[in-house]
Design a protein around this ligand. Structure first.
Ligand SMILES: *Cc1c(COP(=O)(O)O)cnc(C)c1O
Length: 629
């Protein structure tokens, strides 16, 4: 459905990074578009929030959209299928979803269900993840690829699972692991399905540079690889070695790095086949990126290719290398996690209040006020467009002098409050002029750094850990009022008591800005902000800073008639739950509190009737949400 986008939709770059999943309605609401039904009416996010609120589900929450997850799985698998057909490649694609990227049952279940038509499988990097994988009914030809460090228990379960028809591949990470596998296989009297992880020497660019190249933590160098091949041959197990694996790191920004890595992987593959290893599967790991900024170029938070182009690059590179070496085309595997799950979740929270760095009016200077107050107020008399920088300099000078006088006791608290307010009223006019005057774009940039602070109901540490840890950028957009020009600029501060708990880098149309254009907070309804593309890595990396726990999580499906179905609700942590994570027993806490109340009653400090109120308040908090309610 096409319609005129309201003015500010462009400002936030919805069309650049939104992948057609989002649009802005004429009433200014941000809406979700179903990629499977492009003609269906988009569904307003503020209306979804209102509906959830009525059902008793409060923000902050993570909203997962089933249709978005399915769209990415479809695009990935069909992208490979088309590239395979176009190139005349003679083997299929059998992707696996790396459980690490989003282990939540609702996500993995849906990936398995929807992926079955494509023989889509799972990648497990640990024992718990293998346990998850084996709880799913995969299609007959789908794979389970086991990476990571493995002990005998892990290996035993992987080998035994073949009895149930699972195609569980044990990827050998080291010669030592090969010995464990040899031993367990002998003990069980069963053939394992084996892979080897090779360490490529090509380094990729981007944030995950160090997970590629010969200093990366995983995989074998050429010497180790040959030792493992010789050992397997000696033990009569070489016929089990079917798969070669390599992983470049995540969010590869440049598709040519994919080509170079695939070329190197093929060199290993064809050489190993030449050695008599019966390899049939080539696994190129993860790395397929997401264009968080919409820049469409090889930079930290962007990529210079689409999913289809990635598939084409892989298929063509492998076809060429195999043909050149006269080796049969192997089954192609990628372990694309980020690109499959990132876009399907968004974090939505409300703004609790704002600290404004300007004021609409100025108080009058009093006769007894220090003369610097009068000087400060007088700036407004010569504040015009071509003197705006000078006025800002003057205003800051007088304010700073007054602050110094206050510290030394020459100016009292009421005078200082008047001075601050006069300064803030000047700032309002300076910002207005800088915003409109072309010539002041440098000044405007400076002023963006002293933006308002919008205090928001979420925790960066719990919900956006990569923003804190590795400067990950996510698109952030007000979910309403996009039909009105935003009249303020803000940084977003979370509700933890930590100065790192903030968002101060924003993707706007064509630039990364230090503040986000926002609207003055409406009085009659909540002002929601959405952080998009948080479906990869964010959910389980989060921590309990200040004991803010998991948020509510809601999974919805978009209906073709413009409505939505609530598929699942996972209630966020209660305070009792987070206390138990840090070794407190909630019942003990309540008992200790009750004891203090009873002692206070005995001592006569409290009336017996206060007991109910006090204990009730404590108990209500204990059972409540950790966020602002
Ligand atoms: C983390 C990981 C992945 C997923 O990578 P993405 O870049 O998210 O696709 C795949 N394979 C291995 C071995 C990994 O460690």
């Amino acid at each position: 459905m096409t319609h005129e986008q309201p003015l500010s939709a462009n400002l936030y770059g919805l069309d650049r990074w939104g992948k057609g999943l989002l649009s802005a309605l004429p009433n200014g609401d941000v809406a979700l578009c179903d990629p499977a039904h492009p003609d269906a009416p988009p569904i307003s996010l503020p209306e979804i929030m209102q509906d959830l609120q009525q059902r008793g589900i409060a923000s902050p929450l993570v909203l997962r959209v089933k249709s978005f997850l399915e769209a990415e799985i479809r695009t990935l698998n069909e992208g490979f299928a088309e590239a395979i057909q176009r190139t005349g490649y003679r083997a299929p694609y059998r992707g696996v979803f790396p459980i690490k990227v989003n282990q939540q049952a609702q996500v993995v279940d849906r990936i398995v269900e929807f992926g079955r038509q494509y023989d889509y499988g799972l990648e497990a990097g640990s024992k718990p993840e293998l346990v998850i994988a084996l709880a799913h009914r995969l299609s007959r030809d789908a794979l389970i690829v086991c990476n990571g460090v493995k002990d005998a228990e892990f290996v035993r379960l992987a080998i035994l699972s073949r009895r149930l028809g699972f195609n569980t591949v044990i990827v050998l990470e080291s010669p030592k692991e090969a010995e464990i596998v040899i031993e367990v296989a002998r003990e069980l009297g069963m053939d394992p399905l084996l892979g080897v992880r090779v360490k490529l020497t090509n380094q990729i660019s981007g944030k995950w540079e160090s997970s590629s190249g010969d200093r990366s933590a995983f995989g074998m160098n050429t010497d180790q690889l040959m030792r493992v091949v010789d050992r397997l041959r000696h033990e009569g197990l070489l016929h089990c070695l079917k798969l070669q694996h390599s992983h470049l790191g995540s969010q590869v920004p440049d598709v040519n790095d994919v080509r170079r890595a695939a070329t190197e992987a093929c060199r290993y593959f064809t050489e190993l086949v030449g050695e008599g290893v019966p390899l049939t599967h080539l696994d190129l790991g993860g790395g397929l990126g997401v264009d968080y900024t919409g820049e469409k170029r090889a930079s930290e938070n962007s990529i210079n290719y689409s999913m289809a182009e990635y598939a084409t690059a892989v298929v063509e590179t492998v076809a060429y290398a195999m043909d050149e070496a006269a080796v049969d085309h192997p089954v192609l595997i990628t372990e694309s996690g980020r690109a499959v799950s990132a876009t399907s979740s968004m974090l939505i929270f409300d703004v609790l209040e704002s600290t404004l760095y300007d004021a609409p009016d100025a108080p009058a200077v009093q006769p007894d006020d220090h003369h610097l107050l009068a000087d400060l107020a007088a700036v407004s008399g010569y504040l015009v467009a071509d003197r705006v920088q000078e006025c800002w300099n003057d205003a800051r000078f007088y304010r700073d002098e007054l602050r110094a006088l206050f510290r030394r006791g020459y100016v009292d608290l009421r005078q200082m409050a008047r001075a601050e307010r006069i300064y803030l009223s000047l700032m309002a006019r300076i910002k207005d002029i800088a915003r409109t005057a072309e010539a002041n774009s440098e000044l405007d940039k400076e002023l963006q750094k002293i933006a308002d602070v919008y205090h928001c109901n979420f925790s960066v540490f719990q919900s956006l850990p990569d923003v804190w840890a590795i400067d990950q950028l996510h698109p952030i957009v007000p979910l309403q009022m996009l039909d009105q020009a935003p009249d303020r600029r803000a940084v977003l501060s979370d509700i933890t008591c930590d100065s790192d708990g903030k968002l101060d880098q924003f993707i706007l149309d064509g630039e990364i800005a230090p503040s986000l254009p926002v609207h003055s907070l409406p009085e009659d309804r909540p002002y929601y902000l959405g952080v998009f593309f948080v479906g990869a890595y964010q959910e389980t990396l989060g921590d309990l800073h200040n004991l803010f726990g998991d948020t509510n999580v809601v999974t919805i499906d978009l209906r073709p008639d413009g409505g939505f179905d609530l598929l699942h609700e996972q209630e966020g942590d209660t305070i009792a739950e987070v206390l138990s994570y840090v070794e407190y027993d909630p019942a003990d806490c309540l008992a200790a509190f009750r004891k203090m109340v009873d002692e206070a009653i005995s001592a006569g400090g409290l009336k017996a009737s206060d007991r109910k109120t006090l204990i009730g308040a404590y108990r209500d908090s204990m059972n409540g949400y950790t966020y602002f309610e």
